[in-house]
Design a protein around this ligand. Structure first.
Ligand SMILES: CC(C)(COP(=O)(O)OP(=O)(O)OC[C@H]1O[C@@H](n2cnc3c(N)ncnc32)[C@H](O)[C@@H]1OP(=O)(O)O)[C@@H](O)C(=O)NCCC(=O)NCCS
Length: 205
C-alpha cells in the first residue's frame, strides 16, 4: 500500500491494539500507556478524566528502575479504568520498539445512535515524524472501525491541524478506502448497501 513513507520503514512496521498486546510487546505498550497516564495532553478531556491520578504515575515514568514495579502494582488498576471507559490505542511497532500510537475511546456517535471510534491523541516519536506514519495509522483505524462495523471515526474535536490533515488524506482516497469525510471531524465508513437499500451505518447495531 502506498503511504508515502520510505519503503524500508513501511515494510517493517506492524500495528496492534494495546488491549491485545502480550509478552514483550505488552510490556512496551504498558510503558507507553503509563507515560500517557502520567502526562496526558494538558487540558484534554482525558487530562480532566484522569485528574490528580496522573501524579501517581509520574515517579515511575521518570525512574526507569521503578517502571517494572509500577507496572506490576499500577497497571491492573489502570487497565481496569481504561477498559471501563472504552479506551484503547493502536500501537505502531518497528523492530523492537513502539514508535507511535493513536489513542481512542469507543463512544456514541449520536448521528447514527451507534458506538464509534473517537481518536483523541495521535503521537509519533520525534525521529520518525514526517514519514506519513500518522496518516498510515489513520488508514489502519479505518480498517479497525470497519472490522467492528462502526459507522464512523471522529479525529479529535477540531483545532488540530495534523488531525485535519489525516482527515484530508483519508478524504483524498475516499473511494479506494471506502470512507466519506462527513464534516465536524467525522470520517464515515461506507458499507455496501443492503438488498433493501439501507446503508449498514444507518442500521441499529
Ligand atoms: C502530529 C504528529 C502526530 C504527525 O505525525 P507524522 O507521522 O509526522 O505525520 P504525517 O507524516 O503522517 O503527516 C500528517 C499530516 O500532518 C501534518 N503535520 C505533521 N506535524 C504537524 C504539526 N506539528 N502541526 C500541524 N500539522 C502537522 C503534516 O504536514 C501532514 O499533512 P500533509 O500531508 O497535508 O502535509 C507528530 O508530529 C506528533 O506526534 N506530534 C506531537 C503530538 C501531537 O501534536 N499530536 C497531534 C494531535 S493529538
Amino acid at each position: 500500500m502506498e503511504i508515502g513513507i520510505g519503503s524500508d520503514l513501511s515494510s517493517k512496521y506492524r500495528t496492534f491494539l494495546y488491549t491485545n498486546s502480550k509478552g514483550k510487546e505488552g510490556r512496551l505498550a504498558n510503558e507507553r500507556i503509563l507515560r500517557k497516564l502520567a502526562y496526558p495532553d494538558p487540558g484534554s478531556q482525558f487530562d480532566h478524566k484522569i485528574g490528580p491520578m496522573k501524579y501517581l504515575f509520574r515517579a515511575p515514568t521518570k525512574m526507569r528502575v521503578l517502571m517494572p514495579i509500577a507496572m506490576q502494582l499500577m497497571m491492573p488498576g489502570a487497565q481496569w479504568f481504561l477498559q471501563r471507559e472504552g479506551y484503547d490505542a493502536l500501537m505502531l511497532g518497528l523492530d523492537d520498539r513502539i514508535i507511535a500510537h493513536s489513542a481512542f475511546q469507543v463512544r456514541h456517535d449520536i448521528r447514527y445512535g451507534a458506538r464509534a471510534l473517537h481518536v483523541f491523541s495521535v503521537e509519533v516519536d520525534e525521529p520518525y515524524r514526517g514519514h506519513g506514519l500518522a496518516k498510515l495509522m489513520g488508514i489502519e483505524l479505518v480498517g479497525l472501525a470497519r472490522s467492528q462495523r462502526f459507522p464512523s471515526i471522529r479525529f479529535g474535536a477540531g483545532g488540530h491541524t495534523s488531525m485535519d490533515s489525516i482527515i484530508g488524506h483519508l478524504a483524498q482516497r475516499a473511494p479506494e478506502l471506502g470512507v466519506r469525510a462527513a464534516g465536524n471531524n467525522y470520517v464515515d465508513i461506507v458499507y455496501p448497501p443492503r438488498s433493501d437499500g439501507i446503508a449498514l451505518a444507518q442500521q441499529p447495531l
